[in-house]
Design a protein around this ligand. Sequence first.
Ligand code: SF4
Length: 505
Amino acid sequence: MVGRASFVLWHSLLGPASTRGSAAPKLVCAPEARKADSRPTMTAPTLANIPIERILELVDRFDTRGPRYTSYPTVPAWQGQLPSDAHDASLAACKRAARPIAVYLHLPFCAQRCWYCGCNAVVTGRQDRMERYVTAVEREIALLGERFGSAMTCDQLHLGGGTPTHLPVGLLESALDRLSAQFPPSEQAERSVEVDPRNCSDEHLAALVARGFRRISIGVQDVDDQVQKAVGRVQPLALIRSFVERARKIGFVNVNIDLIYGLPLQTQDSWDKTLNSMAELRPDRLACFGFAYLPKRMKHQKAIDATTLPSAELRLRLLLQANRFFTDNGYQAIGMDHFARPEDELSRARRDGRLWRSFMGYTTIRGLELIGIGCSSISELQSLFCQNETNPDRYAELVEAGPSAVVRGHQLDDDDRYRKELISELMCNLEIRPSMISERSGLPVPEGIDEALVALAPYEQAGLVEPIAQGYRVTEVGQLFLRNLAMPFDRYLTEDNRKVFSRTV
Ligand code: SF4
């Protein structure tokens, strides 16, 4: 139920009428009404002092299914088919605007399938299939080059997958050299790559370092051997340890590690072992994701014995254990799921208010235009999202036929752009300040934002957000519920379509 106090507040937080959508509903309660409301509002608890039982109550109350908001609108809400000239027009605008660009290259092949995997990955050892794919990637780069008319300097380059280093070294080098001819990285550009420590050779590492890659992202997930067997990915800690040492020695100065909580057979003791191994490996960044168990959508997850998955309570305890461990060990919490050393660029960006979120996750440059290359990759241009064909063989056919492999997308209107900015601000800088978004973007506050703000009242009463000048700030405990806090601002989300997403906590 929505409280009266909330009505107050949002009128004054929305800013001057001139910056608001013309049909915005009028919420006219006086600020005094807030003081007059006698219901107690909890002072913000912290993760260190809040009892676990209280968090469990909050999870019981608020946990639901919802997007992770690496984009807004989220992919299931896209219109689908784009007007035939939309992609070309957005690329031309990108060139004219000369804003910083990022490039993401998707290399989908893996040696074997991990049962928890949620990526667009294809298991193959066939060299001819990989060669055809890399040829298609090179052709897609050439097609983009024709549209841009000249090379475009990029400020970020990320190789994801799949397992990029499952490609033979020569093929990987060929794709990368083609890429940097069309998208030469700027001097300060960050170049990063995802690897599987089980099959990444020194030759792969050296080829990447020779091309300026310095950040490596390693999928660890959990170091316990029983948990590893239960998810079909066995990689002993000794192997991970020696891989990290090799990568650092060969030239990767920045190491990211991905962990997953909520995996089968995880216990607080086994998780403690995983966390302690992080203190030893000392990654610069850690991502700690909740396991999204969606066997209806991802058939390979059926290999997991669902009876061995942790209970909701244990899952929460694992999450809190990780949060506490990382902060006690000097990492700073970044938005949702991420932790970084204070000197890491992500922590700096967070402190400077430059943090941004895209399909690549958290990034250090605000307002990047993202060019996605390869199957399933998504481009995020100023007013357009578009995605390439997902299947690598069909992707190759489309690229061979030209002019592009884009199969769907979404053109953003002003309402989308405003909400995208607001949700990014929330996910990155943990604040909701509607009038500030308007002032910064020049976009009017759209209709429906008042109601979204009102819908935050239960979260305020629960101590998950607290009022600040012109808005709300997310509290430390509220950071666990960031996805919930963003959902009222999503105009496409309904009770029905949210079921395709994973649980929010
Ligand atoms: S290596 Fe990575 S991308 Fe490949 S199946 Fe395992 S988790 Fe998925």
